[in-house]
Design a protein around this ligand. Structure first.
Ligand SMILES: [Zn+2]
Length: 131
């Protein structure tokens, strides 16, 4: 059964999972999500790229109350959101599995269920600790 994801344009591939960014041929900037032009130099010679799947926590916070819609979840529990330095770009995403992190801690990209639609888990990306 194919995976259901929150937004297919976020992904370069789902198995193995990789995020889809874009890289500018003029200035070298890489951004996520992928864009049709470069936000740094306004160049239009940008190419989609699969981003590295491992990085380190650049910053993080933990949300202790349920956000307003359009946030969706099956059962709210406090969760962490972080910025993860993947090398060419820093990506914002869910930090999975716990609510306390260290800046510089190694993490890897993975899929996680954002909510369940009927019987179908809707997947999004997140990062889990590598150790
Ligand atoms: Zn550029």
């Amino acid at each position: 059964m194919p995976l259901t994801v929150v937004d297919e344009t976020l992904f370069a591939s789902l198995d193995p999972v990789a995020l889809r960014g874009s890289a500018c041929s003029d200035c070298g900037a890489t951004v996520f999500p992928a864009l049709g032009s470069c936000p740094m130099c306004t160049g239009v010679d940008v190419q989609p790229v699969a981003l590295p799947t491992e990085g380190v926590v650049w910053s993080w916070t933990t949300q202790h109350f349920e956000p307003k819609p359009p946030y969706r979840t099956d059962a709210f529990a406090p969760f962490s959101i972080g910025y993860v330095d993947l090398g060419p770009v820093i990506v914002e995403g869910w930090l999975l599995g716990r609510t306390t992190w260290q800046i510089g801690e190694p993490v890897r990209l993975t899929l996680a269920t954002a909510w369940t639609d009927g019987d179908t888990p809707v997947q999004t990306y997140g990062f889990e600790a590598t150790s």
